[in-house]
Structure formats: C-alpha cells, structure tokens
Design a protein around this ligand. Structure first.
Ligand code: ZN
Length: 415
C-alpha cells in the first residue's frame, strides 16, 4: 500500500476525479492511500503532471505529492561480508533487520573453499541468527559461496552444487581484504568455469586487475578487457555477476552483456565519489575496494539504476572492520553499511526521483537472475528522519564506525 500526502490546493474537484479514476480507495485530511497495484500511483503522478502541463494558466495542483510510506517486497542483499566468530552476533542481525537472504562472501581466514567449510560457516551464521528470534533474524537465510583458488576442481563444484551452494567467488590475488589465497592465472580455472556452467553455478567476480603498475582507478576497466570479456566469450552460458561495479565502463559492459551477465551496486558507489574520500582530509570510513571513482562514473551508475534495467541489483558489500583498523596509518578497505542499507538505497532512488524503481532493484532482479523465487513478505519504510549511530560497541569492547555514521537519513524501516 502506498500513502500519498496532498497539499490542500490539491483537494479540488478535478483532483478528486483523478483519484476516482485511478482507483484511490480512501481519502481524508489530505491523505490518500492507494492499495493494490503500484501502477495506480504511477498513473496518478502522470495524470497530475499532465494536468499541470495542459493547464498553464492556473494549475489545479501546485504542490508536490509527498510519498510518506513505501511498502515493497522484502529485499535480499546479493553481496556482503559477515566475517566470523563474535562478529556474527553483530553482523547477522544487522542484515536480517531488513533482508530475507544474503549472498555471503567466503573471504575468511582461512577462506571458505569447500562444501564442508561452507556448511560449517552457514551453521555458525544460523546460530547467530537464532539468538535473535525476537527479530526478523529467525527467518533469515544465508546463501553460501565458495572461494575459488588454484586448488579448486570441477569435483569441488559438483559437491558444492549438491549442497545448494549457488555461487563461487573469483578474487584476483591481492585484490581486497583476505584475498591473498586467491587465483593467480585465471585461465588455469577454465575447467572449473566449465563445470560451473554445466551445473548452473554462478560465477561472482571481484573485477579488478592487481598488477602493481596499473593505476588503482583503472583496474576495473582493465579487468573487463583482460579477463571478464574472454571468460564470457569462452563460456557464454556461465552466469556471471560483476560484483560492486564502480565505473561507467563496467555499467555499459553489463548493459550490453545479455541474459548471462548482471552486476551488483553498493550504496557507497551510488552516493559518493572520490572527492568524498579525499577532499578536505582522508575519510577512512569511505574507503572501500574497488575504490570510489570520479563523479562521472558515479553519475553513470545512478543513471543505470534509475533506468530500471534488470541487470543491476542490490549488493551492499557491507564489510565491517574495527574503528582502529580503519583509522590507521594503513587503514582497511570496507564500509559497514548493514545498519542503514535499505534506507541508503531509498535515499539514492528518491534523490534520483525514481523511488518506484527501488523495489525492482532491491527485491526482484536479484532472485530473478539467480533463478530463485522472489520473497513473499514485505517491508515498509516511512518518511522519518533518523541519525545513523556514530559508532557501535561490540560485546568485546571493540568499536565499529558504521557507514554514514552521524548523518541523517530521511527513510526509516518501520516493519
Ligand atoms: Zn565484497
């Protein structure tokens, strides 16, 4: 159900007729609720805009409609880092707050490389979720992934798919946190990609080259040319998710990639650019990998999500580090966005004027691409200002600074 608040000047007979014709079923004190089809609301916006255009002398509706509540299919997070051990007590409930499922990255120490390790990790996550049975955490479903190394074999893949592990992650060695065990010489994995393609396992890619002579701002583009495009040409049926894309090059490559290619996009890459990392002092809590890019790339990412293209979906890359590890002379990469994830995306879509496109991005396109059912529950966000905490203190006394700490968000998850 959608609620719209109307300015008093809207309450003219003409607007009342509009409500009637789009099926608004209740209106009082300047509020109108539209139940059922979301298209009703879109039609209403369209008709009012049309009325303003066609009646230039005295517009009948001069005040913007403000959406004050938004109910969408419960979303999933298609890329995040829970870490392990006592951190699960923090990260799992924070994500289960608003997401039904999450694709869990396997870059632990040691990494999750086998079915047995993935299932063990899964039970540790579920144990943490069940501690919080009073919240949504009890119904939370982690979707596990394998970490590809030079020791991964087609047999490893067949075993994993038998345990409903839907995906494996390719990290070029040294690309990000705990990726030292990863693949050097990606072509050596082609037999593994072939078996993934055969059994229908998705390949998730951290798409950056790691050669030291390549500028950090160019690493994603080079990865497309050197590795991603050859992999996709060789295995056209292999479903690939280009994770946490950051550049116009990646967005455009995915747009023309056909049905077997999609990408996740993080809140930080939609909300920020490299000025937010480097201007006026280094901002360690905005530091992540792939690193924030120039604003032209940020704008292209905003354009593609605003277009509603179904090859782009939600993946926060939420990745906690302690405050000490971030505010350090060699600070760690990663933004811990779970505390405000869906609200941050709502901010992005509202800023772009396409709030009605949030549901597809957050709740529909991910499961569609993975071949899983969409969730049947819903969540509701209300237009209500709240402040992201300055920091969170874990049970062991460590502090974590969440992404967007101390800043105000206009949308809040209410149920
Ligand atoms: Zn990640």
């Amino acid at each position: 159900m959608f609620f719209v608040k109307l300015g008093s000047s809207c309450l003219s007979p003409f607007i009342e007729r509009l409500f009637h014709c789009v099926g608004a079923n209740h209106r009082q004190a300047g509020y109108c609720s539209l139940t059922g089809a979301k298209q009703n609301l879109e039609r209403l916006f369209y008709l009012i805009e049309f009325a303003k255009l066609s009646l230039p002398v005295q517009p009948l509706c001069t005040q913007r409609i403000i959406m004050t509540q938004l109910t969408i299919t419960k979303p999933d997070d298609w890329h995040l880092h829970f870490r392990d051990g006592h951190l699960l007590d923090e990260t799992v409930p924070a994500t289960a707050r608003c997401f039904e499922r999450a694709i869990v990255m396997p870059n632990l120490v040691p990494p999750v490389t086998t079915k047995a390790q993935a299932l063990d990790y899964r039970s540790r996550i579920l144990a943490a979720a069940h501690k919080y049975s009073h919240t949504n955490a009890a119904s939370f479903t982690p979707l596990m992934t394998l970490y590809l190394t030079n020791d991964t074999t087609p047999a490893t893949i067949r075993e994993a798919i038998s345990a409903e592990i839907p995906a494996a992650k390719l990290y070029p060695a040294g690309a990000t946190t705990n990726s030292d065990a990863a693949v050097s010489g990606i072509e050596a994995l082609y037999p593994v990609f072939e078996s993934m393609s055969d059994v229908g396992m998705l390949l998730l890619i951290h798409g950056e080259v790691t050669e030291t002579d390549v500028d950090i701002f160019d690493r994603e583009k080079q990865f497309i040319d050197q590795h991603l495009d050859p992999i996709r040409r060789r295995f056209p049926d292999l479903k690939v998710v280009f994770e946490h894309i950051t550049t116009a090059d990646a967005a455009d490559y995915v747009l023309q990639g056909g049905d077997s290619l999609a990408a996740t996009i993080t809140p930080q890459h939609l909300l920020l650019n490299r000025n937010d990392l480097l201007v006026g002092g280094i901002r360690p809590h905005n530091y992540c990998l792939p690193v924030l890019k120039r604003n032209t790339h940020q704008r292209r990412l905003q354009e593609v999500v605003a277009s509603g293209a179904s090859c782009f979906f939600l993946g926060t890359d939420s990745a906690p580090h302690t405050k000490h590890a971030k505010e350090n002379c060699c600070g760690c990469a990663g933004c811990y966005s779970a505390w405000s994830a869906i609200e941050l995306y709502a901010k992005v879509f509202e800023n772009l004027g396409v709030l009605e496109k949030l549901e597809g991005f957050a709740s529909h396109y991910g499961p569609d691409f993975y071949g899983l059912a969409r969730n049947t529950d819903t969540i509701t966000l209300a237009k209500e200002a709240w402040k992201v905490p300055e920091q969170i203190t874990l049970a062991n006394g460590d502090d974590i600074v969440p992404f967007f700490a101390g800043q105000t968000l206009d949308w809040k998850l209410v149920s």
